[in-house]
Ligand binder design. Structure first.
Ligand code: ADP
Length: 334
C-alpha cells in the first residue's frame, strides 16, 4: 500500500508531525545571520476528538506551527501527515480540498469579521471557495440556521451585522464560520483572550460541547495557562522553535519536568505546582527569549535556566519522559 493512502481508520491520528522545521530568510543581523529557524524538528500528534494545548512565550513559533497545520506554510524539513497522508504532496485543487479539513478561529472577533457582511453571509462565505461542502442553494438558509443554532445564536441573528453583536456573540459567529466547512480540526488562536472572563467561560463551554457533539479536534494556542489547563487533553510547551515538554495536561501541569514549564507555571500562581516546591519561591524568568536568528548552543533554554551546567551548552538534550532537559525536575513520588 502506498504510504500516502488516507486510511479511513479511527485509530490513525488526525495530525502527525515528525521533525517539522520551517526556516525563514530574513535580512542579515549584525552577526551576518539571515536564516531564522521558526520551527526546529517539531514532533506532534493530535488524536481524533482531542484538544492539544500549545503554550510558550511570544516568538516561540506557535503561529508558524499553526500555519503549517493549516497547510498554509510548507515545512522545509520533516513530514506532516493528515489522516495518514502528506497533504504537501498535493497541489492546486487537491491541496485546497484538504485545507478545508483544518479551520481556524481567530483571537480578535472584532477584527476577523467583515463589518459589511451579515452573520449569514459571513458563515456562508467559506462555501465560495470550498464548493465540495457547499449546500445547494435551496438548503443554504437551513444550513446557516443550523450553524447559528449549533453555536447558540438565534435564527433572527442571521441578518444582523457584526457590530450589532457582543464580543462573545461575534466569536460564536467566527466558530460557526469555521464549522461551515465541516472541519476535522480547528486551530484556535487565543480564541478567548479578547473576551471578558464570564464570556470566556461560555465560549470555552461551547467549544467543549461542539467537540463532544461533532468529534472535532482542537489545537488550542494560548498564553493563558489556566485556560489551557481547563480545555486541553494534552499540552505541548514550545521554546524557540522546539517542543521542550509534552504530555497529558495533568502530567504537564501537575508534574512539570522541564524548568521552562515550571517557570511558566510559576508565573501563573493559581496553577503553580512545582515552583515553590523546587525553590521555596517563585521562579522568575530572566530576560527575553533569545533571537531565533542566533539561538544558544545545546539546550536553547539554558541562558535563562537556573539549573544549567556546562553540558547544557554543549549538547542539545534528548527528549525523555516528555521533557527535553539534561536536568529535569523530579516528579512527585506517587
Ligand atoms: P509565536 O506565535 O509563538 O509568537 P511565531 O510563529 O509568530 O511565534 O514566530 C516565531 C519566529 O519566527 C519569530 O522570531 C518570528 O519573528 C519569526 N517569523 C514568523 N513568521 C515569519 C516570516 N513570515 N518571515 C520571517 N520571520 C518570521
Amino acid at each position: 500500500m502506498s504510504s500516502n493512502t488516507a486510511p479511513e481508520n479511527e485509530n490513525v491520528p488526525v495530525i502527525e508531525a515528525r521533525g517539522v522545521s520551517r526556516t525563514f530568510h530574513v535580512p542579515r543581523n549584525k552577526a551576518g545571520r539571515n536564516r531564522l529557524r521558526a520551527l526546529d524538528g517539531i514532533d506532534l500528534t493530535l488524536g481524533r476528538g482531542e484538544t492539544l494545548g500549545l503554550v510558550g512565550e511570544s516568538g516561540c513559533g506557535k503561529s508558524t506551527l499553526a500555519r503549517v497545520l493549516l497547510m498554509l506554510e510548507r515545512p522545509d524539513a520533516g513530514t506532516l501527515r493528515f489522516d495518514g497522508r502528506d497533504p504537501f504532496t498535493l497541489k492546486g485543487k487537491e491541496l485546497l480540498a484538504w485545507r478545508r479539513r483544518v479551520q481556524m478561529v481567530f483571537q480578535d472577533p472584532f477584527a476577523s469579521l467583515n463589518p459589511r457582511m451579515t452573520a449569514a453571509e459571513i458563515i456562508a462565505e467559506p462555501w465560495r471557495t470550498h464548493r465540495d461542502v457547499q449546500p445547494t442553494k435551496k438548503d443554504r438558509r437551513a444550513r446557516v440556521r443550523e450553524l447559528l443554532d449549533l453555536v447558540g445564536l438565534r435564527e433572527g441573528d442571521a441578518g444582523r451585522y457584526p457590530q450589532e453583536f457582543s464580543g462573545g456573540q461575534r466569536q460564536r459567529i467566527g466558530i460557526a464560520r469555521a464549522l461551515a466547512l465541516e472541519p476535522e480540526v480547528i486551530v484556535c488562536d487565543e480564541p478567548v483572550s479578547a473576551l471578558d472572563l464570564s464570556v470566556q467561560a461560555q465560549v470555552l463551554n461551547l467549544l467543549d460541547e461542539l467537540q463532544r457533539d461533532l468529534g472535532v479536534s482542537y489545537v488550542f494556542i494560548s498564553h493563558d495557562l489556566s485556560v489551557v489547563r481547563h480545555v486541553a487533553d494534552r499540552v505541548a510547551v514550545m521554546y524557540l522553535g522546539r517542543i521542550v515538554e509534552s504530555g497529558t495536561a495533568e502530567e504537564v501541569f501537575e508534574h512539570p519536568r522541564h524548568p521552562y514549564t515550571a517557570a511558566l507555571l510559576s508565573a501563573a500562581p493559581e496553577l503553580d505546582p512545582s515552583g515553590e516546591r523546587e525553590r521555596g519561591e517563585r521562579i522568575l524568568l530572566k530576560g527575553e527569549v533569545p533571537s531565533p536568528l542566533d539561538p544558544p548552543s545545546g539546550c536553547r533554554f539554558r541562558t535563562r535556566c537556573w539549573k544549567a551546567r556546562d553540558i547544557c551548552a554543549e549538547e542539545a538534550p534528548r527528549t525523555e519522559h516528555g521533557a527535553a532537559c539534561h536536568f529535569p525536575l523530579e516528579t512527585a513520588v506517587a
